[in-house]
Design a protein around this ligand. Structure first.
Ligand code: NAD
Ligand code: LMR
Length: 342
């Protein structure tokens, strides 16, 4: 669990600072959009990981100060600054894990799809650079609308002849983090024990928490299922409204993305037991992309946990059918954008 993981991080950091006993920090991570609301706290959390040897922070502006600041933390990751398109290639050379939170966030009244016109082009150009400079990296996409930006990334990688579906992930970890928190609160459970798979996509009704598959086993009334499902689906909007024009979730997102990046590195490092939910190319439904639990390994996505879709409740089955048209349209919108001339 994440809390155990934190204990391991702290223990490893203690090991690292003990002279002569340092564990080799091995992985090179790039954050694209590192000066933003997510990028800054995310970079801090990644800087804390004992698995990171190099942390390359890239943005179109304001990244120098972030790097100067972070570089004073006495954790092993070496932090380097890269500003503007001319420095993007250098930011990506030799990188193992790329994390992309670049792009504009929502304001009240907007859907994630309203961000498409700006963020689609940003993701396309960043992933082109990834294809050219670190085609074997695990690519983790946070920029919204995730339901479309991941298919855009796949098309870009295909056009460059370097698409490996087991290395491309839409980050839906925040949906799981929220589901775990809300379920633990509602049912008075120890947070550390709760794990709710969240499937589908990352927008509105495409976010489908499988409450019936909560671990440990929990009984919910139909009213609780409805209330929790709707809250998890609208949790992003809850934050957008509370921030009242100042953006969307940044701190909880940084926490969630740091967990996902750490899981990628643990998998690369040979940990045989790394599972996360993520939005990936998938055959579990008739749609080409779908979020489920996935097993991560040394080569990226090792297996999709398709069993999550078996034995759904009637409520979940209906919600699954209901989300498909919206998710399909978002995927097709991304694919057709990527295949248009820039
Ligand atoms: P922000 O505006 O605070 O930061 C975005 C950063 O991206 C800025 O620093 C900006 O300079 C940078 N940027 C813009 N164009 C760039 C480019 N071409 N190359 C590199 N950097 C570029 O926004 P934020 O709050 O950090 O949110 C970023 C994105 O993450 C938004 O699209 C938001 O909707 C999304 N998001 C996704 C999730 C999720 O669960 N997947 C959660 C929260 C937010
Ligand atoms: C979230 O779920 O918090 C993000 O996708 C940001 C948003 O626009 O809600």
């Amino acid at each position: 669990s994440l809390f155990q993981r934190h204990a391991v991080v702290v223990r490893d950091l203690e090991t690292v600072v003990a002279p002569g006993q340092a564990r080799a920090a091995a992985y090179k991570v790039a954050v694209l959009g590192a000066a933003g609301g997510i990028g800054q706290p995310l970079s801090l959390l990644i800087k804390m990981s004992p698995l990171v040897s190099d942390l390359n922070l890239y943005d179109i502006a304001n990244v120098k100060g972030v790097v100067a600041d972070l570089s004073h933390c006495n954790t092993p990751a070496k932090v380097c600054t890269f500003t503007g398109a001319d420095e993007l290639a250098a930011a990506l050379k030799g990188v193992d894990v790329v994390v992309i939170p670049a792009g504009v966030p929502r304001k009240p009244g907007m859907t994630r799809d309203d961000l498409f016109n700006i963020n689609a082009g940003i993701v396309r150009s960043l992933v082109e650079a990834v294809a050219d400079n670190c085609p074997n990296a695990m690519i983790t996409i946070i920029s919204n609308p995730v339901n479309s930006t991941v298919p855009i990334a796949a098309e870009v990688l295909k056009a460059k002849g370097v698409y490996d579906p087991s290395k491309l992930f839409g980050v839906t970890t925040l949906d799981v983090v929220r589901a775990n928190t809300f379920v633990a609160e509602k049912k008075n459970l120890r947070l550390i024990d709760v794990d709710v798979p969240v499937i589908g996509g990352h927008a509105g009704i495409t976010i489908l928490p499988l409450l019936s598959k909560t671990r440990p086993t929990v009984e919910f009334t139909p009213e609780e299922v409805e209330e929790l499902t709707v809250r998890i689906q609208n949790a992003g909007t809850e934050v957008v409204e509370a921030k009242a024009g100042a953006g969307s979730a940044t701190l909880s997102m940084a926490y969630a993305a740091a967990r996902f990046a750490e899981s990628c590195m643990r998998a690369l490092d040979g940990d045989p037991d790394v599972y996360e939910c993520a939005y990936v190319q998938s055959e579990v439904t008739e749609l080409p992309f779908f979020a489920t639990r996935v097993k991560l390994g040394k080569k990226g996505l090792e297996a999709v946990v398709s069993g999550d879709l078996a034995g759904l409740t009637e409520y979940e089955q209906k919600a699954l059918e209901a989300l498909k048209p919206e998710l399909k349209a978002s995927i097709e919108k991304g694919i057709s954008f990527a295949n248009k001339q820039p």
